[in-house]
Design a protein around this ligand. Structure first.
Ligand code: PTJ
Length: 249
């Protein structure tokens, strides 16, 4: 038996695990109640994708891994849903790619910030950024603008999972390379991203780590090639096509 008291062979195992983690996140004060709604929206897209990593999302995950490995200062942004769903997996990705982790919230309260940072530390994170909040992303007038000067503000590559918002556009305007994980191929974040990964974060983070391990000793030219040959528009089109043709049987 597993974390959700159903065998891993159960056909709905992954979905039940995800729901269980989000619910526990709300109970622990990590995830906002709006996070439950966001998860429901994501699940609907995932259902139509066949709850699987489609080939274009796998190529995007590989390009994201190459970006993180080539970056001078990569940062992984974490919100309440991400912390509940994939805390250990985010720590592993940070370790594999040399990235830092920063908490950045839409519904920001000091209590939630602390709870999320503690949760990440419980899952092995050494340093969690975001609590200093001594810099602002220009052009944003809500709480997501608050970042650490030596974290997201100074990053060249930022992984931005699960937020349909204007921060993605503002970060792109600052010249940062954005890697976005979002099951909605029409969200503002996926539309702005250098690398949009249309996949469930539960599958996607371990997949990026797997590609990063595979590419760790690759020559820089191979990493650059992996980035250059990735086509964001093609990936978004492939995801949308799969969702629109989704089989509800
Ligand atoms: O923790 P906070 O305060 O920063 O708030 C976080 C949420 C997620 C509540 C906030 O960012 C929000 O309201 O987001 P949206 O506008 O609902 O956008 C969330 C996006 O993530 C949607 O496009 C969903 O389809 C997508 N999504 C939801 N669950 C998953 C997902 N994408 C990948 N994997 C998922 N499990």
């Amino acid at each position: 038996m597993s974390e959700v008291d159903v065998p891993e062979s159960h056909p709905r195992y992954e979905s039940l695990l995800t729901r269980h983690r989000i619910e526990a996140g709300v109970e622990k004060g990590i995830t906002s109640k709006q996070g439950l709604i966001a998860q429901g929206r994501g699940e609907a897209f995932d259902y139509l994708l066949g709850e699987q990593t489609i080939p274009s999302a796998d190529r995007a995950a590989r390009a994201a891994a190459a970006h993180l490995l080539l970056a001078e200062k990569p940062v992984l942004s974490v919100n309440g849903n991400v912390a509940a769903l994939v805390p250990g997996e985010m720590v592993e990705l940070a370790e594999t790619t040399g990235a830092e982790i920063e908490v950045n919230l839409f519904n920001r309260t000091e209590t939630r910030m602390e709870a999320i940072a503690d949760h990440l530390r419980d899952h092995g994170a050494d340093e969690v950024k975001g609590l200093t909040a001594d810099a602002r992303i220009p052009g944003l007038d809500h709480e997501r603008a608050k970042v650490d000067a030596d974290g997201i503000y100074a990053a060249d590559v930022v992984l931005v999972p699960l937020e349909d918002g204007d921060r993605a556009k503002a970060l792109a305007e600052m010249g940062k390379t954005e890697l976005v994980i979002d099951l909605n191929p029409q969200s503002r974040s996926t539309q702005t991203a250098a690398v949009p990964i249309v996949d469930n974060i539960i599958r996607s983070i371990p997949n990026i780590s797997k590609h990063a391990r595979d590419l760790t000793n690759a020559p820089e030219a191979d990493l650059a090639d992996c980035i250059e040959t990735f086509d964001a528009s093609e990936a978004l089109e492939a995801a949308e096509k799969r969702i629109r043709q989704g089989d509800l049987s």
